[in-house]
Write a protein that binds this ligand. Structure first.
Ligand code: ZN
Ligand code: ZN
Ligand code: ZN
Length: 417
């Protein structure tokens, strides 16, 4: 096996001749350079040094059965139907398929507000990695393998850089302290133990009673903390999370969570790699919704009828790029709600998990008006949610649908992005 030197790394022609690259000195820049090369983003990179075998951009140490691994990788490369497809989605799927050991996994990066990032996705050109993962997962292009970690995130800015501090539950002050208090049964005075000490005895500072027996003369209140700001006593301080990025003091119940998982190739992803991109594969149908081809056909057909009472509408669920666990659940619930609003004659199609397309074949304008109204009230109910709903509707016929319905629908779908 030939080892490349730093000079050869810049020469794509010489690199293409290799089934795998073995790197002796895995400096981050070299591996990033290798992985970002346009021609061989999927080439196995094995590390020869013991201490760097789990580098996220490499494929670990040299496998014992190297010849078998490479033969299999070459065979997959030869039948990879997405090989010429330079979209980041195709490149990630090809990368995953190339070696069985590969997963898209998060690594800690403290320079990022969200603490974790997916280096392979960054390297393979995926923008908005979290959103991409959610959508690819829903289409079963990839499947979750294991949960790596769960972070709690600021409700305002989604940062996971939080400082948890205990505060006074009455006035939120930070200056609280633990104390041993005494409660005098004679006069009812409650104060810190130090106030009662005189020589070796306990004497109430208010009524001068000598307190000899706990339970008879005095007891100790359960509240063991005292606020130096407002003077209140309490048992349990209130834990709050101060955001180190934006300064918001979050109640624990307000924090969002984000579950970071590792992912492998999913059934739809494998089908795509083996069979290529047939139009039906582009989007999977959900529930009662129709597939993309049927939607497209119905759109063209309605358009050709030219009766001016059909409407095509698009609802976008706009989420934040961080996509918290709560956002994922909310998106699902919104989709269910929107689906349930439609009259029976409407044709529903999920273009992707956040984009819903609807055809109203009859009384389109009236039905759309009502639909938009109801979407608006669902949107208003989401006021405290980071998700936003937008709706756009166009009356048929449209002259441009006739010659190129697919292109027209693509442009209509992309308007929100
Ligand atoms: Zn207080
Ligand atoms: Zn007393
Ligand atoms: Zn924040």
């Amino acid at each position: 096996m030939t080892t490349l030197d730093a000079c050869d790394l810049n020469d794509p022609v010489s690199r293409q001749a290799f089934d795998a690259i073995v790197v002796d000195d895995p400096r981050v820049t070299d591996l990033a350079l290798l992985r970002s090369a346009p021609d061989d983003k999927t080439t196995p990179i094995f590390l020869n040094s013991q201490d760097a075998k789990d580098h996220p951009l490499a494929d670990g140490g040299l496998p014992d059965d190297l010849a078998t691994v490479l033969t299999k990788a070459r065979a997959r490369q030869d039948k990879n139907a997405l090989l010429q497809d330079q979209s980041s989605e195709a490149v990630v799927l090809s990368w995953l398929w190339h070696l069985d050991t590969r997963t898209v996994a998060p690594v800690i990066d403290l320079s990022r507000p969200e603490i974790y990032r997916y280096p392979v996705l960054d390297m393979l050109g995926v923008e908005a990695a979290n959103t991409w993962l959610v959508r690819a997962c829903q289409r079963e292009l990839i499947i979750p393998i294991s949960v790596i970690d769960r972070t709690r995130n600021c409700a305002t800015c989604a940062s996971a850089h939080l400082n948890y501090v205990d505060r006074c539950p009455y006035c939120d002050a930070l200056d609280i302290k633990r104390e041993q208090a005494i409660h005098c049964f004679t006069c009812g005075f409650v104060g810190e133990q130090g106030l009662f000490r005189r020589a070796e005895r306990l004497i109430c500072p208010k009524c001068d009673t000598a307190l000899k027996h706990i339970g008879t003369d005095y007891d100790r209140p359960i509240e063991r903390m005292r606020c130096c700001g407002c003077g209140e006593r309490f048992n349990d301080p209130r834990i709050k999370a101060t955001c180190l990025e934006c300064g918001t003091i979050n109640a624990q119940t307000d924090l969002q969570t984000h579950t970071f998982r590792s992912y492998g190739l999913g059934p739809a992803g494998e089908a795509l790699l083996k069979g290529g991109r047939s139009p039906e594969d582009q989007v999977r149908a959900f529930g009662e919704a129709v597939g993309p081809e049927q939607f497209l056909w119905t759109l063209s057909w309605l358009n050709s009828m030219a009766r001016s009472n059909s409407v095509v509408a698009r609802v976008d669920i706009l989420d934040q790029p961080e996509v918290s666990d709560q956002d994922r659940a909310r998106t699902q619930s919104l989709r269910d709600q929107i689906g349930s609003l439609l009259p029976e004659t409407a044709v529903l199609h999920y273009r992707d998990p956040n984009t819903i397309m609807v055809l109203f074949p009859e009384q389109g304008q009236d039905q759309t008006k009502e639909f938009v109204q109801r979407i608006k009230s669902i949107g208003d109910a989401q006021k405290n949610s980071p998700l936003k709903l937008t709706v756009d509707a166009i009356t048929l016929p449209q002259p441009r649908i006739g010659p190129d319905a697919r292109g027209w629908l693509d442009r209509f779908a992309d308007k929100a992005n």
